[in-house]
Design a protein around this ligand. Sequence first.
Ligand code: SF4
Length: 508
Amino acid sequence: MDETGAVGAAPAVRVTVGAAEPTGREVLAAAQEAAATARIAAVGSTGVTELEPLVLATADGRTALHANATPVAARAIATELADGGLPTDGALAVVEHDPGTTELPIPAETPLAIGRRQVLAGAGWTAPASVADHRTVTADGETTRERAGALRGRGRGDASVDRPVREDWETAREAAGEPVVVVNGNEADPAAEMDHTLLASVPLTVLDGALAVARAVGADDVIVYLAEDDGLARKRVTAARDALAADRDAAADVEIVAGPADYRAGEPTMALEAMEGADRIEARRRPPGPATYGLYGRPTVVHTPRTVAQVHGALAGPRELDPDAADPGTRLVTVGGDVTAPATVELPTDASLSRALDAVSFEGMRFACVGGQFGGLTRDLDVLASAPALRGADLGTNGVLEVFGTDACAVATAGHRAAFARGENCGRCVPCREGSVQLTDLLREVYDGTYADGKLRELTRVMRESSLCAFGRDAARTVATAMDEFEAEFLAHANGHCPTGACEEVDG
Ligand code: SF4
């Protein structure tokens, strides 16, 4: 990875190398071959993969953005720029901006303009491992606790999920032992690109945020935990870590470790088990939570990259967090499913979740699953993107919005998610282990003509109330919300008919 900064360089060509690999690398190589006099920089994905590889040509405070660039196009763009012109032919947009801006110039009326890019501000613009491009935060622990403590943890891999982070920070500070900060970036759900986008595009934002948390809790070390198959994130986080260490005395060690690319290994306590090298990864009983007794028994604050990036944003941003906000900061959402290409966007928490749909192309939506693998099914996305609002609507808060097209079947979707829970749970507690088997069996019986709605509802209630960890508590949500929204469809299946024709075993 190129550690030389891109900010302020002109003429400059930036190429997104991330989501569209290896194409992005080929486009980058073509630009490098063509122009010796322009700065050519690899930058991370913007999150909007439909536009990538994206080539950004900059001169004199103007940037031309070229979407879906080929090596041939990149060569022409770099050549024209090196010859003193700004290549605007065929550009998606041309944006005027401050020549020294550290933020991606946003063209209006494009998917890049959806929401408010704060933690993603540098994604697609700054060189990921360049400290010179990065807005460093150096706030002390007390300032960090004051300015960022009201943030709620983001994502299923965060031990403070949906709660103010200050609660676990205080617990870790007061607990016996030496505190440690874990950045849990092992999100193996392929539909969830939020953490990967941060780690691969703005790793210094993640690391700087994590170091601020370390100061807030008095920790001397930070461990970044990644899925073993996430090579791009590991490479860029490692380069960013090394660049940060060379630039300044960060006062805390940063270690990078890999764990199994399994969905369950992203659950906070199973992440700790994986990091300790346990043969069999199971969730831990709580209390005590990780903030009291975590990694090797140490007080451990476990946050996702999304959460620590918000900490960075709270410290680097011009504004204080709104103390009256139900969910201060912004939320990252990956929109995927039946779309042309997924997009990861950043929404203010007082914006409607439906806004995220404008970042992707799709042909029609029958329903959506909100919250990831065990999200809630809904036809109504007019709900705020805040954790309290999403929970209030019985939707998940893991930042994934999957679009299901007009021929999708809600009963089949619920069945697939129940089967996933049955196959992937860790087996430690009965409500989840046996409940997911029964859930799958009862859904199978719908296809055989029996819709035991009372049994299904009772089972989802027991799983939600009695499971040991969030895996089991959330696993019943897809089924429960499918029954709420699509009762008639369950009855139709029991009568031998799938209304969308998706289930051949019913109609065939
Ligand atoms: S809820 Fe599921 S994943 Fe969690 S401890 Fe119980 S069996 Fe394991």
